[in-house]
Design a binder for this molecule. Structure first.
Ligand code: HEM
Length: 284
Protein backbone atom coordinates (compact mmCIF):
# COMPACT_ATOMS: atom_id res chain seq x y z
CA UNK A 1 0.00 0.00 0.00
CA UNK A 2 1.42 3.39 -0.99
CA UNK A 3 1.43 6.28 1.51
CA UNK A 4 -1.19 8.18 -0.49
CA UNK A 5 -3.61 5.28 0.00
CA UNK A 6 -3.58 5.83 3.79
CA UNK A 7 -6.87 7.27 5.01
CA UNK A 8 -6.03 10.80 6.24
CA UNK A 9 -9.26 11.11 8.24
CA UNK A 10 -8.01 10.28 11.75
CA UNK A 11 -4.66 12.14 11.62
CA UNK A 12 -6.51 15.19 10.27
CA UNK A 13 -9.13 14.89 12.99
CA UNK A 14 -6.35 15.02 15.62
CA UNK A 15 -4.89 18.12 13.90
CA UNK A 16 -8.34 19.73 13.90
CA UNK A 17 -8.77 19.11 17.64
CA UNK A 18 -5.28 20.36 18.51
CA UNK A 19 -5.78 23.55 16.51
CA UNK A 20 -9.37 24.02 17.77
CA UNK A 21 -8.48 23.63 21.45
CA UNK A 22 -5.33 25.65 20.69
CA UNK A 23 -7.23 28.79 19.61
CA UNK A 24 -9.54 28.64 22.62
CA UNK A 25 -6.53 28.07 24.91
CA UNK A 26 -4.54 30.97 23.42
CA UNK A 27 -7.51 33.31 23.76
CA UNK A 28 -7.99 32.31 27.42
CA UNK A 29 -4.27 32.73 28.17
CA UNK A 30 -4.16 36.10 26.37
CA UNK A 31 -7.00 37.46 28.47
CA UNK A 32 -5.74 36.08 31.81
CA UNK A 33 -2.16 37.19 31.20
CA UNK A 34 -2.34 40.47 29.29
CA UNK A 35 -5.84 41.90 29.42
CA UNK A 36 -6.65 44.57 31.97
CA UNK A 37 -9.75 43.51 33.90
CA UNK A 38 -9.38 39.90 32.63
CA UNK A 39 -12.90 38.42 32.67
CA UNK A 40 -15.22 40.80 34.45
CA UNK A 41 -18.72 41.80 33.39
CA UNK A 42 -19.99 45.37 33.61
CA UNK A 43 -17.40 46.60 36.12
CA UNK A 44 -15.99 49.41 33.95
CA UNK A 45 -12.46 47.95 34.27
CA UNK A 46 -12.05 46.88 30.64
CA UNK A 47 -12.95 43.24 31.32
CA UNK A 48 -16.32 43.11 29.54
CA UNK A 49 -14.77 43.06 26.06
CA UNK A 50 -12.88 39.86 27.01
CA UNK A 51 -16.22 38.04 26.94
CA UNK A 52 -16.74 39.31 23.40
CA UNK A 53 -13.50 37.82 22.06
CA UNK A 54 -13.73 34.62 24.13
CA UNK A 55 -17.41 33.83 23.51
CA UNK A 56 -17.18 34.34 19.76
CA UNK A 57 -14.00 32.27 19.46
CA UNK A 58 -15.60 29.49 21.48
CA UNK A 59 -19.13 29.71 20.07
CA UNK A 60 -19.05 30.79 16.44
CA UNK A 61 -15.82 29.06 15.47
CA UNK A 62 -14.91 26.19 17.81
CA UNK A 63 -18.38 24.87 18.68
CA UNK A 64 -19.61 25.54 15.15
CA UNK A 65 -16.72 23.46 13.76
CA UNK A 66 -17.30 20.69 16.30
CA UNK A 67 -20.99 20.63 15.38
CA UNK A 68 -20.02 20.15 11.73
CA UNK A 69 -17.71 17.27 12.66
CA UNK A 70 -20.58 15.56 14.47
CA UNK A 71 -21.73 14.17 11.13
CA UNK A 72 -18.61 12.49 9.71
CA UNK A 73 -16.99 11.34 12.99
CA UNK A 74 -19.79 9.10 14.36
CA UNK A 75 -20.28 7.80 10.83
CA UNK A 76 -16.63 6.73 10.71
CA UNK A 77 -17.11 5.06 14.09
CA UNK A 78 -20.07 3.19 12.56
CA UNK A 79 -22.52 4.78 14.99
CA UNK A 80 -25.26 4.68 12.43
CA UNK A 81 -28.06 6.51 14.23
CA UNK A 82 -28.53 9.61 12.10
CA UNK A 83 -31.19 10.83 14.53
CA UNK A 84 -28.71 11.12 17.42
CA UNK A 85 -26.15 12.82 15.23
CA UNK A 86 -28.75 15.44 14.39
CA UNK A 87 -29.68 15.84 18.07
CA UNK A 88 -26.03 16.31 19.06
CA UNK A 89 -25.47 18.71 16.16
CA UNK A 90 -28.53 20.72 17.28
CA UNK A 91 -27.43 20.82 20.94
CA UNK A 92 -23.89 21.96 20.05
CA UNK A 93 -25.26 24.64 17.73
CA UNK A 94 -27.64 25.80 20.48
CA UNK A 95 -24.64 26.30 22.78
CA UNK A 96 -22.93 28.24 19.97
CA UNK A 97 -26.01 30.51 19.71
CA UNK A 98 -26.02 31.21 23.47
CA UNK A 99 -22.27 32.01 23.53
CA UNK A 100 -22.63 34.26 20.49
CA UNK A 101 -25.51 36.21 22.05
CA UNK A 102 -23.35 36.78 25.16
CA UNK A 103 -20.43 37.82 22.87
CA UNK A 104 -22.57 40.36 21.04
CA UNK A 105 -24.11 41.75 24.23
CA UNK A 106 -20.59 42.08 25.69
CA UNK A 107 -19.26 44.26 22.86
CA UNK A 108 -22.22 46.66 22.99
CA UNK A 109 -21.89 46.90 26.78
CA UNK A 110 -18.11 47.40 26.55
CA UNK A 111 -18.57 50.19 24.00
CA UNK A 112 -21.16 51.86 26.23
CA UNK A 113 -18.86 51.59 29.27
CA UNK A 114 -15.96 53.16 27.36
CA UNK A 115 -18.14 55.76 25.59
CA UNK A 116 -16.78 54.64 22.17
CA UNK A 117 -18.36 55.15 18.75
CA UNK A 118 -19.96 52.14 17.12
CA UNK A 119 -19.38 50.53 13.71
CA UNK A 120 -16.27 52.32 12.52
CA UNK A 121 -14.09 49.33 11.54
CA UNK A 122 -14.09 46.57 8.92
CA UNK A 123 -14.22 44.11 11.81
CA UNK A 124 -17.41 45.60 13.21
CA UNK A 125 -19.21 45.36 9.84
CA UNK A 126 -17.89 41.91 8.91
CA UNK A 127 -18.64 40.74 12.46
CA UNK A 128 -22.16 42.16 12.46
CA UNK A 129 -22.97 40.63 9.04
CA UNK A 130 -21.67 37.24 10.22
CA UNK A 131 -23.56 37.36 13.50
CA UNK A 132 -26.84 38.32 11.79
CA UNK A 133 -26.51 35.59 9.15
CA UNK A 134 -25.61 33.13 11.89
CA UNK A 135 -28.72 33.95 13.94
CA UNK A 136 -30.87 33.80 10.80
CA UNK A 137 -29.47 30.42 9.79
CA UNK A 138 -29.94 28.99 13.28
CA UNK A 139 -33.46 30.42 13.63
CA UNK A 140 -34.62 29.04 10.28
CA UNK A 141 -33.04 25.64 11.05
CA UNK A 142 -34.77 25.47 14.44
CA UNK A 143 -38.08 26.32 12.76
CA UNK A 144 -37.88 23.69 10.01
CA UNK A 145 -36.07 20.89 11.85
CA UNK A 146 -37.59 21.23 15.33
CA UNK A 147 -40.78 23.32 15.50
CA UNK A 148 -42.28 22.13 12.23
CA UNK A 149 -41.82 18.50 13.30
CA UNK A 150 -42.99 19.15 16.84
CA UNK A 151 -46.16 20.97 15.79
CA UNK A 152 -46.85 18.72 12.80
CA UNK A 153 -46.17 21.45 10.21
CA UNK A 154 -43.73 19.31 8.19
CA UNK A 155 -46.61 17.87 6.13
CA UNK A 156 -47.06 21.33 4.55
CA UNK A 157 -43.51 21.41 3.20
CA UNK A 158 -43.02 17.84 2.00
CA UNK A 159 -39.85 15.76 1.64
CA UNK A 160 -38.62 17.40 -1.59
CA UNK A 161 -38.64 20.83 0.01
CA UNK A 162 -36.77 19.48 3.05
CA UNK A 163 -34.07 17.95 0.83
CA UNK A 164 -33.58 21.31 -0.91
CA UNK A 165 -33.64 23.12 2.40
CA UNK A 166 -31.01 20.78 3.85
CA UNK A 167 -28.65 21.40 0.95
CA UNK A 168 -29.08 25.20 1.40
CA UNK A 169 -28.55 24.80 5.15
CA UNK A 170 -25.31 22.91 4.46
CA UNK A 171 -24.10 25.51 1.94
CA UNK A 172 -24.76 28.43 4.28
CA UNK A 173 -23.11 26.47 7.09
CA UNK A 174 -19.81 26.54 5.18
CA UNK A 175 -20.28 30.20 4.21
CA UNK A 176 -20.90 31.10 7.86
CA UNK A 177 -17.97 29.11 9.12
CA UNK A 178 -15.69 31.07 6.77
CA UNK A 179 -17.32 34.37 7.76
CA UNK A 180 -16.93 33.60 11.48
CA UNK A 181 -13.22 32.88 10.97
CA UNK A 182 -12.81 36.13 8.98
CA UNK A 183 -14.53 37.98 11.86
CA UNK A 184 -12.19 36.49 14.45
CA UNK A 185 -9.07 37.24 12.40
CA UNK A 186 -10.06 40.88 11.85
CA UNK A 187 -11.15 40.99 15.52
CA UNK A 188 -7.72 39.84 16.68
CA UNK A 189 -6.13 42.51 14.51
CA UNK A 190 -8.34 45.20 16.12
CA UNK A 191 -7.70 43.76 19.58
CA UNK A 192 -3.91 43.96 19.13
CA UNK A 193 -4.14 47.46 17.62
CA UNK A 194 -6.10 48.65 20.65
CA UNK A 195 -4.41 46.80 23.52
CA UNK A 196 -0.75 46.41 22.42
CA UNK A 197 1.20 49.66 22.08
CA UNK A 198 3.70 48.70 19.34
CA UNK A 199 2.95 45.74 17.05
CA UNK A 200 6.19 46.22 15.05
CA UNK A 201 8.38 45.33 18.07
CA UNK A 202 6.70 41.90 18.17
CA UNK A 203 5.97 41.64 21.90
CA UNK A 204 4.68 38.25 23.13
CA UNK A 205 0.96 39.17 23.02
CA UNK A 206 1.21 39.95 19.30
CA UNK A 207 3.07 36.70 18.61
CA UNK A 208 0.28 34.86 20.41
CA UNK A 209 -2.22 36.74 18.27
CA UNK A 210 -0.39 35.64 15.11
CA UNK A 211 -0.37 32.00 16.24
CA UNK A 212 -4.08 32.28 17.13
CA UNK A 213 -4.81 33.48 13.58
CA UNK A 214 -2.76 30.77 11.86
CA UNK A 215 -4.20 28.02 14.06
CA UNK A 216 -7.72 29.22 13.40
CA UNK A 217 -7.17 29.10 9.65
CA UNK A 218 -5.76 25.58 10.01
CA UNK A 219 -8.83 24.56 12.03
CA UNK A 220 -11.11 26.02 9.34
CA UNK A 221 -9.36 24.27 6.47
CA UNK A 222 -9.12 20.87 8.19
CA UNK A 223 -12.73 20.86 9.44
CA UNK A 224 -13.95 21.84 5.96
CA UNK A 225 -11.87 19.09 4.38
CA UNK A 226 -13.09 16.46 6.84
CA UNK A 227 -16.73 17.35 6.22
CA UNK A 228 -16.53 17.64 2.44
CA UNK A 229 -13.90 14.98 1.77
CA UNK A 230 -13.69 14.28 -1.96
CA UNK A 231 -13.52 10.69 -3.24
CA UNK A 232 -9.97 9.38 -3.18
CA UNK A 233 -8.20 8.55 -6.42
CA UNK A 234 -7.56 4.86 -6.79
CA UNK A 235 -5.52 3.06 -9.41
CA UNK A 236 -7.52 0.75 -11.58
CA UNK A 237 -6.95 -2.86 -10.54
CA UNK A 238 -5.78 -3.93 -13.95
CA UNK A 239 -5.67 -1.59 -16.88
CA UNK A 240 -4.60 -4.51 -19.01
CA UNK A 241 -7.69 -6.61 -18.19
CA UNK A 242 -10.01 -3.67 -18.64
CA UNK A 243 -8.43 -2.94 -22.00
CA UNK A 244 -9.02 -6.50 -23.09
CA UNK A 245 -12.64 -6.40 -21.95
CA UNK A 246 -13.46 -3.02 -23.54
CA UNK A 247 -11.10 -2.91 -26.44
CA UNK A 248 -8.42 -0.17 -26.29
CA UNK A 249 -10.35 3.09 -25.84
CA UNK A 250 -7.28 5.31 -25.89
CA UNK A 251 -5.26 7.34 -23.42
CA UNK A 252 -8.08 8.77 -21.27
CA UNK A 253 -9.03 5.34 -19.97
CA UNK A 254 -5.57 4.72 -18.55
CA UNK A 255 -4.12 5.58 -15.15
CA UNK A 256 -6.12 7.19 -12.36
CA UNK A 257 -9.86 7.21 -12.03
CA UNK A 258 -12.05 8.60 -9.25
CA UNK A 259 -13.12 5.89 -6.89
CA UNK A 260 -16.75 4.96 -7.32
CA UNK A 261 -18.78 6.91 -4.76
CA UNK A 262 -18.92 4.79 -1.68
CA UNK A 263 -22.16 5.21 0.23
CA UNK A 264 -20.51 4.13 3.47
CA UNK A 265 -17.68 6.66 3.23
CA UNK A 266 -19.31 9.75 1.71
CA UNK A 267 -19.86 11.81 4.84
CA UNK A 268 -22.47 14.11 3.35
CA UNK A 269 -24.57 11.57 1.52
CA UNK A 270 -27.45 12.07 3.94
CA UNK A 271 -27.72 15.60 2.62
CA UNK A 272 -26.93 15.24 -1.02
CA UNK A 273 -28.17 11.88 -2.24
CA UNK A 274 -31.61 12.14 -3.87
CA UNK A 275 -33.99 10.06 -1.79
CA UNK A 276 -36.98 7.92 -2.46
CA UNK A 277 -40.26 9.19 -1.08
CA UNK A 278 -40.35 6.90 1.95
CA UNK A 279 -36.73 7.56 2.90
CA UNK A 280 -37.14 11.27 3.34
CA UNK A 281 -38.62 11.33 6.83
CA UNK A 282 -35.80 9.16 8.21
CA UNK A 283 -33.02 11.10 6.61
CA UNK A 284 -33.81 14.79 7.15
C1 HEM B 1 -17.40 35.60 14.98
C2 HEM B 1 -16.70 36.39 15.72
C3 HEM B 1 -16.95 37.87 15.97
C4 HEM B 1 -18.02 38.66 15.68
C5 HEM B 1 -19.30 38.23 15.01
C6 HEM B 1 -17.72 39.99 16.17
C7 HEM B 1 -18.56 41.10 16.08
C8 HEM B 1 -18.21 42.39 16.45
C9 HEM B 1 -19.03 43.55 16.27
C10 HEM B 1 -20.42 43.55 15.64
C11 HEM B 1 -18.35 44.63 16.74
C12 HEM B 1 -18.76 46.10 16.67
C13 HEM B 1 -19.69 46.56 17.74
C14 HEM B 1 -19.93 48.05 17.59
O1 HEM B 1 -19.23 48.74 16.86
O2 HEM B 1 -20.85 48.52 18.27
C15 HEM B 1 -17.09 44.16 17.26
C16 HEM B 1 -16.13 44.95 17.85
C17 HEM B 1 -14.93 44.50 18.33
N1 HEM B 1 -14.50 43.18 18.31
FE1 HEM B 1 -15.46 41.61 17.53
N2 HEM B 1 -16.48 39.97 16.75
C18 HEM B 1 -15.98 38.70 16.65
C19 HEM B 1 -14.79 38.23 17.12
C20 HEM B 1 -13.85 39.01 17.77
C21 HEM B 1 -12.62 38.50 18.29
C22 HEM B 1 -12.19 37.04 18.27
C23 HEM B 1 -11.96 39.58 18.84
C24 HEM B 1 -10.63 39.63 19.51
C25 HEM B 1 -9.71 38.75 19.40
C26 HEM B 1 -12.79 40.76 18.64
C27 HEM B 1 -12.46 42.04 19.04
C28 HEM B 1 -13.24 43.15 18.87
C29 HEM B 1 -12.85 44.49 19.26
C30 HEM B 1 -11.53 44.88 19.91
C31 HEM B 1 -13.91 45.34 18.94
C32 HEM B 1 -14.00 46.85 19.19
C33 HEM B 1 -13.33 47.63 18.10
C34 HEM B 1 -14.13 47.70 16.82
O3 HEM B 1 -15.33 48.01 16.87
O4 HEM B 1 -13.56 47.42 15.78
N3 HEM B 1 -13.93 40.36 17.99
N4 HEM B 1 -17.04 42.79 17.07
Amino acid sequence: MAWWDIDPFWPLLIISQLSGFGVVGIMTYWIMEYKKGQFSWGKHDGGTISYHAFMFTLGMVFLFGEAMLLFPVPKRLHLRSHFWRKVMHGCTQSMAIIFSIVGLKAIFLAKKEGGHHEFYSIHSWVGMASAMLFFLQQGVAIFFYVFSKFFGLSKFFGPRFMIRFTSMHTFFGYVLFAMAIASCLTGMDRWIAIFVPDYSLRPTPTLLGDIYALMMMLYGVVVTYLTTRPPTLKKKKSTHHKKLANGDRGEEEKGLQPEKEDKQLNDNDHELTPMKKGDAENNI
